[in-house]
Each structure stands twice: as C-alpha cells, then as structure tokens.
Design a protein around this ligand. Structure first.
Ligand SMILES: [Zn+2]
Length: 272
C-alpha cells in the first residue's frame, strides 16, 4: 500500500466537502434573501457564484450578459457588467443598503460613529418620503444608485418598461441629490433578476455595473454564498429595516474577525 495515497485522498474528500458546503451556502443565501420582501437571489440571467477546480472562490465574476444580435466582440465598451464580488487583493469588503423602506436612525448613527462607508440602492417611494434621511448618508460621503422606481421583477417587463424603472429612478436621484455629485453610475436589480433587456435598458442611461452580492446581512447575522466568513472583495447586502443597526454590527464584527475593513464600493468600482 502506498502511504502517499492517504493525504491525497483526504484532500480530495476535503475539496468535495467544501464544494458541497458552498452549494448549500448558496441555497441558504437564496432562501434567506427570499424572505426579505426586497432583494432576493434569482438565477434568471444572473451570473453565479462558483468555485474553481481547487475549491477556491472565484474572486471576480463579471458576467456580461449578451444582447442578441450584438456581436460578442463589441461587449468591452458600454455593456454593463454584473458583479457579485469585487476583484481585489486589498483586505476590504463592501456594504450595500437596499430599498429604503424603513429610515432607521440607529443605523445612521452607527455608520457615522463607525465611519463605515455604505452604498445606497433606493426605490422611488422611500426617496420621496424620507429624502432628508438619505441625504444624511450623502453628507457622510456615501453614494446613491438606482434600485428601480417600484421594485418589480424586471424580467417580467419589456425593454421600455425596464428603462422607465432603472433610468427613471436614476432621474429621480439626479433631481433629488444631483447637486451633491454623489448619484452613482451603478444599479441593482430587484431580486437580482435581469435579462437581456435589462442590460439594454441600463446601458441606455449610462449604468456601468449591475451590483449583486455575495453575502446577506439580516436578522443580526450573515449568510455567505461561499465559505463561512467574509473574504476580500465580498459585497454585503442589507436592507433598511428596523434591524439594520444590528445587521451592520454583525458585518463589523465579521470584518474584524476576518481582519478586513469596510471600504467604499465606488472607490473600487468607479465609472469607466
Ligand atoms: Zn430590493
């Protein structure tokens, strides 16, 4: 018997176990997000998190969805990309806050006291109702981006209606916060759902990237698409709920444990 087989075999099993674990984690992420009443993970037209042959997380997923009829060699210019994570070796993670339904004052206090950069992906009604609340995040240097006007599943809509949702919301943000220069060129699709028309619609108003996520913060804990802790480049999704401050504390604690800093997404995913 060749004793060298033992560690090799163990390693194989370990990799397989990790892959299984990752698949389970993805399923948990999807299930966890479904219950948020906001942004759920949908496979429709989205890039997927995966591991490479060594069982390591793929650092960057830029899934440029193809628009039918457009030659594939033309996709390097304006076509928006879909990002689940950011490709970086820096010890950083990113925090994104969605919808805006509940303007939680404790969350605002926390990001101010912790000096925690966040990126806001907002819908129209919350901006109309709580515009002054979000303005306080912009005063801290944060940016706002389109999360559509009414939070539909975009894949149920045609290109014109998707354009109204994505670009119409960007216009609302421009009208409300344009003077700050902190209305960003990013967008997030509700439920992470997008199709070819989404790319066409987003491109028509200069959206550079569709930002998805690799980690969900909710109910005071984190759910990971891959692995069991924060990794450099992770994008954390949280929502403006009454529990947001606790969710942000969980992010801070997990970042501390992984020796990572929360950085500003717009510094790493700038306009091109
Ligand atoms: Zn949402």
């Amino acid at each position: 018997m060749d004793t060298d087989d033992t560690p090799e075999t163990f390693q194989l099993h370990d990799d397989q176990a990790r892959r299984r674990s990752a698949r389970v984690a993805v399923a948990v992420l999807a299930l966890g997000a479904v219950g948020l009443g906001g942004c759920a993970l949908s496979p429709a037209g989205s890039g997927e998190l995966r591991e490479d042959d060594a069982g390591q997380a793929v650092d960057e997923l830029r899934t440029g969805l193809r628009v039918p009829g457009v030659p594939s060699d033309s996709d390097s210019a304006e076509e928006p990309t879909v990002l689940h994570r950011v490709s970086t070796d820096d010890p950083v993670v990113f925090v994104t806050l969605d919808d805006g339904t509940h303007p939680d004052p404790q969350a605002l206090d926390l990001v101010r006291e912790q000096d925690m950069p966040v990126s806001l992906f907002l819908n129209e009604d919350p901006v109309r109702r709580h515009g002054d609340y979000f303005a306080q995040y912009l005063a801290l240097g944060d940016h706002v981006h389109s999360h559509t006007r009414t939070h539909p599943d975009l894949t149920t809509l045609g290109t014109d209606a998707q354009t109204d949702e994505i670009c119409g919301m960007a216009e609302v943000l421009d009208e409300t916060y344009g003077a700050t220069g902190q209305v960003g060129p990013l967008a997030r699709t509700p439920y992470g759902a997008s199709d070819e028309s989404t790319l066409r619609a987003a491109e028509s108003c200069g959206i550079e990237h569709l930002i998805h996520w690799s980690v969900v913060a909710e109910d005071g804990g984190l759910s990971y698409a891959l692995g069991d802790g924060l990794r450099p480049g992770d994008i954390v999704l949280a929502h403006f709920t009454p529990g947001l401050a606790e969710d942000l504390e969980a992010v801070r604690d997990a970042a501390d444990e992984a020796e990572l800093e929360v950085a500003r997404l717009e510094d790493y995913v700038p306009a091109e």
